[in-house]
Design a protein around this ligand. Structure first.
Ligand code: ZN
Ligand code: ZN
Length: 237
């Protein structure tokens, strides 16, 4: 086990690793893939660019998260739909890797508690559903770029040591420190312009069989004040 430099300790955050079961569950559960909750008479979300229904990547029930972060991100369901169509190639044509672009839908929806899902589109290539049954809390630490920006003074060797120890953590996680591939890329809230915070990190081929570019890593972010303002973006090397 790596002994971490003392000055990094105050910057420890807990990241929550999803523990999953194969298969779907209630439309109100947290899950990868599968069937989302939709409002009454709501059509399955379609891509703004190609018009095709978009698969669900992630749904988080914000009222059923681990106790320390439960309702931290507001109430209701956070959903990410993302267009995987390659003809046209919506991801590149819409620059879906940038926040606030088309070719995806990320939103927080208030639900009425009703176990309702829209009609599953016939031609939809959805992902294998994985139901998030629980979460495991683990320590997470920032990378050097964000560390410098936060005023953490470590030597290059110490940052290297943190990287080798696997921080910030790759893979799917709730909260913690983002693993930035191209540098710090927190979007700003369209309403108040303040910097958004990490809600969930979605990595390539981790729970959802999809590659963001070449092994890219994606982040769902949210305004601390305006919980309805959420964004999804990803970067690869
Ligand atoms: Zn599309
Ligand atoms: Zn805001």
């Amino acid at each position: 086990m790596t002994i971490l430099p003392r000055v990094i300790r105050p910057f420890q955050r807990t990241a929550w690793i999803p523990l999953i079961k194969e298969g779907d569950n209630s439309v109100l559960s947290s899950k990868f893939g599968g069937t989302p909750w939709l409002a009454q008479d709501e059509q399955w979300p379609r891509c703004q660019h190609c018009g095709q229904p978009m698969p669900l990547f992630l749904q988080l029930n914000l009222n059923r998260l681990p106790e320390p972060v439960n309702e931290t991100f507001g109430a209701g369901l956070l959903q990410l739909f993302y267009c995987t169509n390659t003809e046209p190639h919506c991801e590149s044509e819409c620059e879906a890797f940038f926040p606030f672009t088309q070719g995806k839908l990320v939103r927080v929806v208030e639900h009425d508690g009703c176990e309702r899902s829209g009609e599953f589109p016939k031609n939809l290539q959805n992902f294998e559903p994985k139901w998030i049954v629980d979460w495991r809390g683990v320590s997470d630490y920032p990378g050097w770029e964000e560390g410098y920006a936060s005023g953490i003074e470590l030597s290059d060797a110490e940052w290297e040591q943190l990287t080798e120890a696997g921080f910030p953590r790759s893979g799917a996680k709730l909260a913690g420190w983002p693993l930035w591939i191209q540098g710090i890329e927190y979007p700003h809230c369209p309403i108040c312009q303040s910097r958004m915070r990490l809600v969930f990190q979605l990595d390539s081929d981790d729970h959802v069989a999809y590659q963001f570019g070449d092994a890219g890593c994606g982040h769902i972010t949210q305004c601390l004040i305006h919980h309805s303002q959420v964004a999804f973006a990803w970067a690869c090397s």
